[in-house]
Design a protein around this ligand. Structure first.
Ligand SMILES: Nc1ncnc2c1ncn2[C@@H]1O[C@H](COP(=O)(O)OP(=O)(O)O)[C@@H](O)[C@H]1O
Ligand SMILES: N[C@@H](CCOP(=O)(O)O)C(=O)O
Length: 309
């Protein structure tokens, strides 16, 4: 029996639509073993059939394993402990895909590389920005080349940064949040976001922000602005203007996390969770101060012996 822990991810970081993402220390944990039949436990029953994303990624990854290394047992039993909230913009779908792909690979003795896992899961997810940090950890910038190959780079991060997930009690499925975006954009809106995304990458690196805390917060607020997706998605989050005001008063910046509904707070020097009052908003919100997760998914052999051997 193997235990696989895959981190939550927060994509876009404001202006880096479908490009930037980071891994956060909140996990989906999958206890997995080879089996002749698919058996998924610990999940809401509406998500437990063969179209479950974990099961789909498992099956697709297994097919890519050379026949001589493919385990004889055709399927997997997996128990989920899913701490990543579903359809809240924290990469729950990417975590399931990566969990399934890593399970298939590990139970076959790891014939595939991390990059293979990244390619398989990106094809399912349709964009690489959650899958890359879920597979490689830290903060990543990613794109899919014209030949269909996904490419990612790790971005060095300052250790002075704090990330806070403000999570509401309502879901926004990614498909819905993509549907509210316009099909075409004015060039000046694209430039608005592109210029901030590039400067944001530099700003989040070691020594990338002004040393004076008020100026650092001001710079982060400017660099997390966006005109590609946030203006449209903020309308799906009725508390956005008030939450933004409170986060700014607490000295932080705020971006829609992935496609929402979670909003990601970024601050320098101290976490925002204890500083931001969440009372009196329309929705019920909770704040989770989450360290960056570095490295890939965590794999532990619970039985001391991998069944594939
Ligand atoms: N714990 C889980 N168990 C089963 N399916 C899940 C789980 N978490 C996520 N999913 C799948 O992922 C979908 C949510 O994906 P999406 O709307 O992109 O949200 P997110 O922003 O959380 O990735 C769900 O509809 C379901 O199919
Ligand atoms: N770039 C995607 C990211 C979706 O992230 P999720 O965590 O909401 O699945 C988008 O903005 O649609």
């Amino acid at each position: 029996m193997l235990r696989i822990k895959v981190p939550a991810t927060s994509a876009n970081l404001g202006p880096g639509f479908d490009t930037l993402g980071l891994a956060l220390a909140c996990y989906n944990t999958f206890d997995v073993a080879l089996s002749n039949e698919l058996e998924l436990t610990g999940i809401p029953c509406e998500f437990s059939g063969p179209d479950n994303l974990f099961a789909q990624a498992y099956a697709a990854t297994r097919e890519l394993i050379p026949a001589e290394k493919r385990p004889r047992q055709a399927s997997v039993k997996a128990h989920f402990q899913a701490d990543i909230p579903i359809s809240r913009g924290l990469g729950s779908s990417a975590a399931l895909l990566v969990g399934g792909a890593v399970a298939a690979n590990e139970l076959a003795g790891s014939p595939l590389s991390d990059d293979d896992i990244f390619q398989i899961c990106t094809r399912f997810e349709g964009h690489p920005d959650n899958v890359a940090p879920a597979v490689f950890g830290g903060m990543t910038a990613s794109f899919v080349a014209e030949d269909g190959v996904a490419i990612t780079s790790q971005i060095p991060m300052s250790d002075q940064l704090y990330f806070t997930a403000f999570i509401p009690d309502f879901a926004v499925p990614t498909a819905q949040a993509r549907a509210v975006m316009p099909r075409q954009l004015p060039v000046q809106d694209a430039v608005f976001s592109m210029s901030r995304a590039i400067s944001l990458i530099a700003a989040l690196g070691p020594g990338g922000l002004p040393a004076e805390p008020t100026q650092a917060a001001q710079r982060l607020r400017e660099l997390t602005k966006d005109k590609i997706h946030q203006p449209y998605r903020q309308r799906l989050i009725p508390d956005w203007p008030e939450l933004l005001k409170r986060v700014h008063q607490a000295g932080g910046a705020l971006a829609v996390s992935g496609s929402g509904s979670t909003c990601l707070g970024i601050s320098v020097g101290q976490p925002l969770g204890p500083q931001v009052d969440l009372a009196g908003l329309e929705a019920n919100w909770r704040a989770l101060d989450l360290p960056l997760h570095l490295g890939g998914p965590i794999v532990e052999d619970l039985a001391g012996e991998n069944e594939a051997k």
